[in-house]
Design a protein around this ligand. Sequence first.
Ligand SMILES: [Zn+2]
Length: 280
Amino acid sequence: MVVRLICPDADQNKFIDEVVEQRQNGRNAKFFTKIKDDWKARVKAYLRENGDPAIIKPWQEALSHATTFKNLYLSPDENSVQHPVLTNLRSRELQLCPACGEDGTPNTLDHYLPKQTYPEFSITAHNLFPMCDICQGEKLTETVNSANERLFVHPYFDQFIEVQVLHLQIRPPYEAPENIQLTPDSGLDPAQSALVARHLVHLAIPKRYYHFFKDEYLRLLRLVRTMRQQDLNITTILEVFREKARDKSINSWGHIFYTGVLSNPGLMDYLKQGQLPEKL
Ligand SMILES: [Zn+2]
């Protein structure tokens, strides 16, 4: 699940000044000079409202010059002001996708507010973070639901995701669990829980997590068989696995898995002394 990222600290007013300055020799010089102050005001509003699409509505001036803005992102000159900013954002060495928490090294950037509908935030660092291909394919240009509530957690601004936001419930039969459930943390307030639920559905996370779970659970049963043969302490070893996964993120898929296992007394009892499936 979602992972908190450190918010970029670049001065956006200075950044826009420099970008506009660099455009002064190009064919869009007049346009950028004209909209500079409004552009700054838009970015200021983004930062004030934490990028919330329920509040920040698309800007007609940018939409009618969408290609001009998007090109700042899509084909930046190597000497451009935005080039090192984008390179830095891409080169963060993450071991998992901040949007879903699945292991991997996402190196494409997603625009929290899509560049198609919000072209003026194409190169705003606070609007950009790495995301895996599957999440990008699910998110596309979605932003709010029909009730004008935002669909996605923001990895820079939603501080509540510093805790474990999801818990895994595994029910018997433990030799082959038929249903598992991911539930939001009971410490979240109702608005946070509802946001997490929308985020999960719109990135198709439960379906993807279930595939991960099936593989990981089989692996766990095989390991338990070996641990029993070698008379090893199952709880201690699983706690080590949990800590290793937590080191990536408290919301990594592995950490959610191992906390779900270790906090389930019935399952722990089964792992220690239950009848394991013959075929593993
Ligand atoms: Zn993802």
